[in-house]
Ligand binder design. Structure first.
Ligand SMILES: [Zn+2]
Length: 347
């Protein structure tokens, strides 16, 4: 009997990034992917519940302070109020260190494109424990003009970094921005500094094969990048909403209404439901109901983790990924779906 091949040491890990979720969902995803990133204060509460149950392994946190609107407030979390009422503060670094998480991330404000002073300040700040500096960057930072400046700042700072990218739709929507991300990955490989992508999409899969230590892929639209205000349609018409579902053969999410043209899914969640992906071919006048979204997330977790395992467990992960990408491009062309930029422009 041959021993199973281990992935090369250089290969990072893909895990799920979860917004609001139950403790049960966090555990299911942690077990499917080998790890899970939880978001903000809600995530912290879940992490504490898991710690009490002795189930904290594989869990890490994105403080997601960038989601708070307006002036920073002191979040009320049991046992974490500052004693000095004159100086209320919440210390994300201390909190994560106390939990004993594998990585301690800084809170990280959103950094507008080319705001060099804020970028430098984030990269320069001292902390009492080793941290991964959270950089919450607008997608423009990866454009041709700014990605060189960003890489230069990372070189100078020489720290581990957790990256969150922001844009109204897709922060990596051009060949140049994909190239900008690859530039950062090369920096990480050269310097052995850990680059972790948070709140990302399926581009996290090639990223871990190119040097990212971790890619935490969101299982809902709002957790696959940091969005911005989306303009309303000028005619005031509200489009119908249908759930988005991960389609392994496309290496991407698709709206439920497009699923009838795509291969069905045999993941445990779909097999149990009996009707496969067709159950997501539904449209709603307002938000997609929570139950439908939860069912989609369950399918997503199974479908995405099976793709990730196929790549990381392959004898040659890069070759396997190239094959999957080519298949995805062919399928997208066949059913007339616009493929995400990275599928065609990674090389
Ligand atoms: Zn499925």
């Amino acid at each position: 009997m041959s021993t199973p091949r281990r992935p090369p040491r250089s290969l990072g890990r893909v895990q799920a990034y979860l917004g609001r979720c139950t403790t049960g969902e966090a555990v299911i995803n942690r077990d499917l992917f080998g790890g899970v990133t939880l978001q903000g204060l809600h995530g912290l509460r879940t992490a504490r519940a898991l710690q009490r149950a002795g189930e904290l392994h594989g869990v890490d946190l994105d403080p997601a302070a960038y989601l708070a609107r307006g002036k920073p407030k002191t979040p009320v979390v049991e046992g974490q109020l500052g004693f000095d009422l004159e100086l209320p503060y919440f210390d994300w670094v201390e909190t994560q260190a106390e939990l004993g998480l594998r990585v301690v991330r800084t809170a990280g404000p959103r950094i507008r494109t080319s705001d060099l002073d804020v970028l430098k300040a984030e990269l320069d700040r001292d902390y009492p424990v080793p941290v991964s500096v959270t950089l919450v960057l607008d997608g423009g930072w990866l454009g041709s003009k700014n990605s060189g400046i960003l890489a230069e700042q990372l070189r100078a700072a020489d720290r581990d970094v957790s990256l969150v990218l922001g844009a109204p739709f897709d922060p990596l929507d051009s060949t140049l921005k994909v190239a900008g991300l690859r530039r950062l990955l090369r920096w990480s490989v050269r310097t052995n500094r850990k680059l972790e992508l948070l709140r990302t999409g399926p581009i996290g899969i090639p990223a871990i094969a190119a040097g990212a230590k971790l890619a935490a892929i969101g299982l809902s639209t709002s957790t696959r990048h940091l969005g911005g205000p989306v303009a309303r349609r000028a005619d005031g018409v509200k489009p119908k909403r249908s759930p988005q579902v991960f389609v392994p053969k496309l290496l991407h999410w698709q709206r439920g209404s497009a699923l009838s043209r795509l291969p069905d899914c045999g993941c445990p969640a779909c097999a149990q439901a009996g009707s496969g992906l067709r159950r997501f071919d539904v449209a709603f006048d307002s938000a997609v109901p929570a139950g439908v979204r939860a069912a989609a997330r369950e399918h997503d977790a199974h479908a995405l983790s099976s793709v990730v395992h196929a790549v990381t467990g392959a004898a040659d992960p890069k070759e396997e990924l190239a094959r999957l990408r080519l298949d995805a491009q062919e399928l997208a062309a066949e059913v007339d779906i616009v493929a995400p930029k990275w599928l065609t422009s990674w090389d």
